[in-house]
Design a protein around this ligand. Structure first.
Ligand code: GDP
Ligand code: IMO
Ligand code: MG
Length: 423
């Protein structure tokens, strides 16, 4: 059963890129199953830092084949620029990147509609990468898939219908200028020539790999609390980052999944709008942001910071079926006298039994905190579990217990070597 799914268990940016890169050493394939260039996955190798948006975080290991599955939405311009950047950095991707022919394409009008909607009162605080509008078209069954690029007539017909509809919305509702169909056809045909070598039926590829006992890492983007079904709707992304999304987003059977690895930051962050019960608006929040470099890897926006929320992450562990827990960025808490963890929610003096996913309730909850002693020692060079200060081990064990998961790995810095296994 060779599939390991890596999921972000909070609101994204948990350090998935670092962990996927690390685990890829002992894998054959790394496959992205949802989302698009809204993701920003950072991988630090020695002194070099790379940020990946669409390309899976296994790309830095020459033996790895990277797959972008049918569940992802692909902006070809973003993909090509990422390929270009990697090639310029000396990373050979030839024959190592496969893109599903069934993946949907992000079109210029998706980005326009996303940006325009974000100017209204209903804004979500999206990344502006066209993700929501592209998934709307997918589920409306009028989306354009990579396979459609193969036939100019089909592409022209589908684009003309889409653009006619979108132009009406853009002009009538938003007073925006119309999109020229021919220009879009020409641009996407140009993209097609460039991305053609990477396109294949990735579901067949992955299932053949499974038969041959290849080890696959399914890389989630975003996080469980941004899941369109299970997150803090409507302040979510438009796909399923949760573990279930890996099977539909790659075309692999649930029975192929061996392990679900949940990544949690030792505190919480969120980018964009939406409820965040443990958010800190004080100096501690500011210092988490500064010490943790909590600025979006895709948009550069400051991330909202707060204490670890064990109610939200316990829910996340349940929805994902997390079997192994990785806690990242523990070193960011080094200087704190006291570290708080939210262990319950109260509304009108009543304790809630489960995580409310309706935002109205979530906005009103009062977190109930348990305080932990800080370790006040730098952890960045610690390499063994037994060498961690007792207070750090107590804190980390508590996160495992409170979330009902098996504490497996700890990260104390962005580099590969700044990682230790829990014994
Ligand atoms: P992702 O979207 O889940 O891949 O996470 P991001 O790359 O958006 O954000 C995580 C940030 O934290 C990146 O800048 C990483 O280099 C960094 N990082 C990852 N693990 C650690 C860690 O253990 N300690 C510190 N200080 N930084 C880390
Ligand atoms: P990674 O993979 C953190 C957030 C946006 C916004 C909401 C919807 O790096 O963890 P979208 O552009 O997807 O329609 O925006 O989701 N968001 C992320 N937050 N990390 C991400 O990706 C995110 N991708 C989207 O900020 O609140
Ligand atoms: Mg990120």
């Amino acid at each position: 059963m060779p599939v390991r799914i890596i999921v972000g268990a909070q609101w994204g940016d948990e350090g998935k890129g670092k962990v996927v890169d690390l685990l890829a050493e002992h894998a054959d394939i790394v496959a992205r199953y949802q989302g698009g260039a809204n993701a920003g996955h950072t991988v630090c190798i020695g002194e070099k830092t790379y940020v990946l948006h669409l390309i899976p975080s296994g790309i830095f290991h020459p033996h790895i084949t990277c797959v972008i599955g049918n569940g992802a939405v692909i902006d070809p311009a973003a993909l090509l620029s990422e390929i270009d950047q990697l090639q310029q950095a000396g990373i050979d991707i030839n024959g190592r990147l496969l893109v599903s022919h069934n993946a949907h394409l992000i079109m210029p009008y998706h980005k326009m509609l996303d940006t325009i909607r974000e100017k209204t009162a209903d804004k979500i605080g999206t990344t502006g990468r066209g993700i929501g509008p592209a998934y709307i078209d997918k589920f409306m069954r009028c989306g354009i898939r990579i396979v459609d690029l193969l036939d100019r007539d089909i592409l022209a017909k589908k684009l003309a219908a889409n653009i006619a509809e979108k132009n009406q919305i853009l002009a009538r509702v938003y007073g925006e200028t119309a999109i020229d169909v021919d220009k879009v056809i020409a641009a996407y045909q140009e993209f097609d020539i460039k991305i053609d070598p990477f396109i294949t039926d990735t579901a067949v590829y992955l299932n053949t790999a499974l038969k041959n006992n290849k080890r696959i890492i399914a890389e989630g983007a975003q996080g469980a609390l941004l899941d369109v079904d299970h997150g803090t709707y409507p302040f979510v992304t438009s796909s399923n980052p949760t573990a279930g999304g890996a099977c539909t987003g790659l075309g692999i059977p649930p029975t192929s999944v061996e392990t679900i690895i949940g990544i949690m930051k030792a505190y919480s962050t969120r980018v964009g709008n939406g409820p965040f019960p443990t958010e800190l608006h004080d100096e501690t929040g500011e210092s988490l942001r500064t010490l943790g470099h909590e600025f979006g890897a895709t948009t550069g926006r400051p991330r909202r910071c707060g204490w670890f929320d064990a109610v939200a992450t316990r829910y996340s562990a349940m929805i994902n079926g997390i079997t192994k827990l990785v806690v990242t960025k523990v070193d960011v808490l080094d200087g704190l006298e006291t570290i708080r963890v939210c262990v319950g929610y109260e509304v009108n003096g009543r304790q809630l039994k489960s995580f409310p996913t309706d935002v109205k309730t979530l906005e009103r909850v009062t977190p109930v905190y348990e305080d932990f002693e800080g370790w006040k020692t730098p952890l960045a060079s610690t390499r063994h579990w037994e060498d961690l200060p007792k207070a750090a081990r107590t804190y980390l064990r508590a996160l495992g217990e409170l979330t009902g998961t098996e504490l497996w790995m700890i990260s104390v810095g962005p580099r590969r070597d700044q990682t230790l296994l829990v014994v």
